[in-house]
Design a protein around this ligand. Structure first.
Ligand SMILES: [Zn+2]
Length: 491
């Protein structure tokens, strides 16, 4: 039943009358406009004239003399981030247009390059052809599809890193700097750029090549097979990442030092772990402060083995020991509730959903031909009955671009899940009694104040962009827990 439905959809999409270029462009634009509309809804809450004071719901919690100043600083920072975000997405829209049309053809010509005059010429095709010649991975002139795919991903990763440089420089050294968060030196930034590029290459090239290989094995038409096999592969990669990220990748970027045993936080963590039967391994302090003054904490580890706790030095600096302990009680709530399983399941469901939709287009000759990937005459002569469809990685890219508005919908769903888990972890900490809820409330207020995150929030914007409930939502939920337990809301 599902299979025949999928096949009839595939057939309909194979209609040569579909103007793919127009369809892709309209879809991308519609997605952009939707995001811009959502962003404009948030702007009202960040306007010093429309929202001159703290939202009423925050007033009871943020009471210091500088409350008003913190609010206007928060608004200014959030406005800056919002504008920065719209500029970045406008730039990426332009990049997509350049890649998928022939606007760059006259420029390449004027540089003296011989460029084909074919009507479906795209820069994307030039990249794909060049991919064979990427040293080390591309495979050279006679390369097979997998080697060329590897070359293509390497090229795409390099290009996107280079293109992201100006925005990233601006973000760290202008925006974050201006609002007092950047702690990074130029040298650290350059080192991070190279390390980030290397990590992306090492992870993405084999990942995408693996997915393309799986699609080849399954057969481009076999939607259900593609989806189930790829899910297995992605799950394997995700579990491997749970293992290698904290011990191999995170230390590339940050320094982890054991929390001093004479620190006032140490005995509190030990007692809490003992109380909850948490298999405590190391307690690390990470030098988050070398890059940013934003603060946090988390834990990691493999099932059946000791788990390690990581606390940002910025959190230790800004919060009292009992507040840090309450934040860790929240983190251990994530552990007790096996939230990682829900997160993995959500992300796999997302991959399955996207891939089922993308699979409808993997063997779509007209889509590929519209962007410069029609089979050559030689290929048609060699395979008169069934000429090759086109590179799978390109079909995947085109499909993901076409369905990019769907990613907004998916973000909304993931945020629903992560928010639920945050409430659960907060409730877990609150149920421990003994002031945990009050200390967590204070810690949350401090973190939000120091991170300049105290302003009103539009609910549509929040649903789409925030993976945590807002400060007010969390404080209200904690108050409800305190009410239930008959405890005082404030000390
Ligand atoms: Zn959490």
């Amino acid at each position: 039943m599902t299979t025949s439905l999928l096949h009839s959809l595939q057939d309909r999409l194979a209609d040569p009358a579909i103007p793919w270029k127009t369809v892709v462009a309209s879809s991308v634009l519609a997605g952009e406009l939707f995001e811009a509309w959502v962003g404009s809804r948030q702007r009202r809450f960040l306007d010093p004239i429309l929202a001159p004071t703290l939202p009423a719901s925050l007033k009871p919690y943020i009471t210091g003399d500088d409350a008003h100043e913190t609010h206007s600083k928060s608004q200014a920072y959030a406005r800056h981030k919002l504008t920065f975000g719209s500029v970045v997405s406008a730039i990426s829209l332009v990049e997509t247009a350049v890649l998928l049309t022939d606007v760059s053809r006259p420029i390449l010509r004027s540089l003296g390059l011989s460029v084909s005059t074919a009507p479906d010429w795209t820069l994307l095709r030039i990249f794909w052809d060049a991919a064979k010649h990427v040293p080390g991975v591309g495979g050279g002139a006679g390369a097979g599809e997998i080697r060329q795919t590897m070359g293509f991903i390497a090229l795409a990763t390099l290009a996107s890193t280079l293109l992201s440089i100006p925005a990233d420089l601006y973000k760290n050294f202008v925006m974050e700097e201006k609002h007092g968060f950047n702690k990074m030196t130029r040298a650290t930034w350059v080192k991070d750029l190279f390390k980030g590029l290397l990590v992306s290459l090492v992870l993405e090239v084999p990942l995408v090549a693996g997915i393309v290989k799986i699609i080849q094995w399954a057969g481009q038409d076999a939607v259900l097979r593609i989806v189930s096999w790829t899910i297995g592969f992605v799950l394997f990669v995700q579990l491997a990442m749970v293992l290698i990220y904290p011990s191999l990748i995170a230390p590339l970027f940050n320094k982890f030092t054991p929390l001093a045993e004479d620190s006032p936080v140490f005995p509190r963590i030990k007692a809490l772990a003992q109380r909850l039967d948490f298999p405590l391994g190391h307690v690390w302090v990470v030098d988050g402060s070398t890059r940013s003054s934003h603060s946090n904490a988390y834990f990691y580890g493999v099932p059946g083995f000791p788990k390690h706790i990581v606390i940002y030095d910025t959190l230790l600096d800004k919060s009292k020991p009992e507040e840090v302990e309450a934040v860790l009680a929240h983190e251990l709530g994530h552990w007790k509730g096996t939230h990682i399983v829900y997160l993995l399941a959500t992300s796999l469901a997302q991959v399955a959903f996207s891939l089922s939709i993308f699979s409808l287009l993997l063997s779509n000759r007209h889509l590929l031909a519209s962007f410069g990937f029609a089979p050559s005459l030689a290929a048609k002569l060699a395979h008169p009955v069934a000429p090759p469809v086109g590179p799978t990685v390109i079909a995947l890219y085109l499909a993901s671009t076409l369905f990019s508005p769907l990613s907004s919908l998916l973000k909304f769903v993931t945020n629903l899940v992560t928010r639920r888990l945050e409430y659960d972890a907060d409730a877990f900490a609150a149920k421990l009694g003994g002031g945990y809820a009050r200390n967590l409330k204070q810690a949350l207020v401090t973190i939000h104040e120091k991170n300049l995150a105290v302003y009103g929030v539009d609910h549509v914007y929040s649903a789409l962009n925030h993976n945590h409930p807002t400060l007010v939502e969390r404080l209200e939920a904690l108050d409800a827990q305190l009410d239930k337990a008959g405890e005082k809301k404030v000390e």
